[in-house]
Design a protein around this ligand. Structure first.
Ligand SMILES: [Zn+2]
Length: 153
């Protein structure tokens, strides 16, 4: 009769097993308790994996996310203050008015690109290029290297 009651106790323990917090506190059986600890370690790792996101560039002033590393077309551009990157698109930015500018590569219609949060000027957008060799830049965005910082690298 004692043996029968004991097996019933094990059965009850299995039903409690569905709730990890309760089984850690009861711990009738050392083997089953160690299994519970392993389950928690596994769960911890799966939630860590979800935190791995895309590599981002942020506004240097307020850390607003403004571009993805995957959207870099070229890192060999010249900005107003040194090196600049050409992106296929940016996010969380605002555009200033369009204006014609004579750049080293000829006449372009461009618009300043601002951080939509803090209004820092980060670069410009090529609205239109007039020379055939420069047409690939149309619709693309320049962000100055000195105005953006890496996040999640
Ligand atoms: Zn900003």
């Amino acid at each position: 009769m004692d043996k029968y009651d004991n097996s019933k106790g094990v059965g009850n323990q299995k039903s409690i097993y569905k709730n990890p917090l309760k089984i850690r506190l009861t711990g009738f059986d050392i083997d089953k308790k160690s299994f519970e600890i392993n389950f928690w370690v596994f769960d911890h790792h799966s939630s860590m994996a979800e935190m791995i996101g895309p590599r981002l560039y942020c506004c240097c002033n307020c850390r607003n996310h403004v571009a993805l590393h995957d959207d870099v077309i070229s890192k060999a551009f010249q900005g107003r203050n040194g090196r600049a990157f050409l992106f296929s698109h940016a996010m969380n930015v605002s555009m200033g008015p369009k204006e014609d500018r004579h750049l080293m590569t000829g006449l372009h219609t461009v618009a300043d690109v601002y951080c939509s949060d803090c209004r820092e000027v980060l670069g410009w957008k090529y609205e239109r290029a007039y020379e055939e060799s420069q047409k690939y830049k149309e619709g693309k965005i320049i962000l100055e290297k000195s105005k953006i910082v890496k996040e999640n690298w």
